[in-house]
Design a protein around this ligand. Structure first.
Ligand SMILES: Cc1cc2nc3c(=O)[nH]c(=O)nc-3n(C[C@H](O)[C@H](O)[C@H](O)COP(=O)(O)OP(=O)(O)OC[C@H]3O[C@@H](n4cnc5c(N)ncnc54)[C@H](O)[C@@H]3O)c2cc1C
Length: 350
């Protein structure tokens, strides 16, 4: 039966759809960190609904991760496992997940707002004839509306937060969740849960896409999403060379270099360094912002940092008011001075 046929024939009733599901994305044989954030969030939503938390995982040899998912809160793990699923192919993964959704009828489905989750989540939602909120940053259960999912996300360039509800009668209510927005679930080693191995039948299925090869990005730099310390520069650095002072300090501290969109749009540094609404979301222990005013779209990417240090000439800049420590002055004097003192204390020595 094709997906189109199954959509039309499935009886949709919210009463028959139970449990909160999270899609546990595996990349290069490992669960991506956002999975643990989804488990933290999913556990809370499931507890509010008095339902189970289930994880679904797709790939080759992926059931090896089932116990980790259970340790982090999943009550049940569905493993869709096959040698042909080693590489992510949007259409194939979407078909398999949609088939399982239509069979098991979960109430809610959360996916990471990663490149894969965004692409494949929307395809799954269309095939399952349900609604999806992309890139949600707050999620809760709306008890007044019978347990619907309140999925909130920034709209109109981050100036407004919109809460989106899925029309009644369409399940599972689906959302992709912005990475680094929620804490990670704490493990409880040895927790008990069920593992369901889902049979995979791809006979007669002819995807139009195929995986050719994977080419990793080659870079010596620490990636901002992995860094515990980020030195970030904005339009105040004045040009590509202005980032040298930030790279020097990042090297001393073992940190990564981030940037505002204005610096990226000016062509001074590549997009992979951009932090914010249309860049990446980071949650480092220390975020040093130099020459960044702190507009709302930038804050959307870094305001969960544990400690924020802002260096700016202008004491009225919004980030100067939000920072844990605000330093008024010229970044080209302050950054080298900090770097020099740290090096004197032995930081950055090989
Ligand atoms: C839909 C949409 C999405 C967006 N997404 C993003 C996003 O993902 N990320 C993002 O960052 N922005 C984003 N923006 C842009 C955002 O609104 C701001 O324009 C941008 O963040 C400003 O960058 P900035 O702080 O570097 O520049 P500015 O606002 O120009 O600030 C530069 C700061 O540097 C200070 N300064 C200058 N010289 C020095 C010096 N020598 N020493 C110390 N301080 C100095 C100035 O006082 C000033 O505060 C988005 C906007 C829209 C509309």
């Amino acid at each position: 039966m094709s997906n189109e046929q199954s959509i039309l024939s499935i009886p949709i009733s919210p009463e028959t759809h139970k449990d909160v599901w999270v899609y546990a994305e595996v990349r290069h044989d490992n669960l991506i960190p956002t999975v643990f954030e989804l488990l933290f969030l999913g556990k809370k939503l499931a507890a509010d609904l008095n339902e189970k938390l289930c994880a679904v995982i797709i790939g080759k040899n992926v059931s090896q991760h089932a116990q980790t998912l259970i340790d982090h809160g999943a009550d049940k793990v569905y493993a869709i496992e096959h040698d042909h699923l080693e590489q992510f192919v949007d259409e194939t993964y979407a078909k398999l997940l949609t088939d399982l959704l239509l069979k098991e009828k979960p109430n809610k489905l959360l996916l990471p707002a990663s490149t894969i989750g965004r692409s494949f989540g929307s395809r799954v939602a269309v095939q399952a004839n349900t609604g999806i909120t992309a890139d949600a940053t707050e999620l809760s259960i709306n008890k007044e509306k019978g347990g619907l999912l309140n999925a909130t996300r920034p709209s109109f360039g981050g100036t407004l937060m919109a809460t989106i509800l899925c029309v009644r009668g369409h399940r599972p209510e689906t959302a992709t969740v912005r990475p680094m927005t929620f804490p990670r679930a704490t493990p409880e080693p040895g927790r008990k849960g069920d593992v369901v191995k889902v049979p995979v039948d791809l006979s007669g299925f002819k995807p139009r896409e195929r995986h050719i090869r994977f080419e990793p990005e080659v870079s010596q730099e620490i990636d901002i999403s992995q860094a515990t310390i980020i030195i970030s520069g904005g339009y105040g650095v004045g040009g590509a060379n202005g980032f040298n002072a930030l790279h020097d300090l990042a090297k001393t501290l073992g940190g990564a270099v981030g940037a505002s969109r204005r610096a990226v749009d000016s062509g001074w540094i590549s997009y992979r360094h951009q932090i914010g609404l249309t860049g990446r979301v980071v949650r480092p222990k220390l975020y040093i912002a130099a020459g960044i005013s702190g507009q709302i779209q930038h804050l959307a990417g870094m305001n969960s940092a544990e400690t924020i240090v802002c260096i700016n000439k202008d004491p009225e800049a919004p980030l100067m008011k939000l920072a844990t420590l605000s330093v008024q002055g010229d970044l080209f004097e302050i950054l080298p001075a900090i770097n020099k003192e740290l090096q004197k204390c032995g930081f950055g020595a090989k």
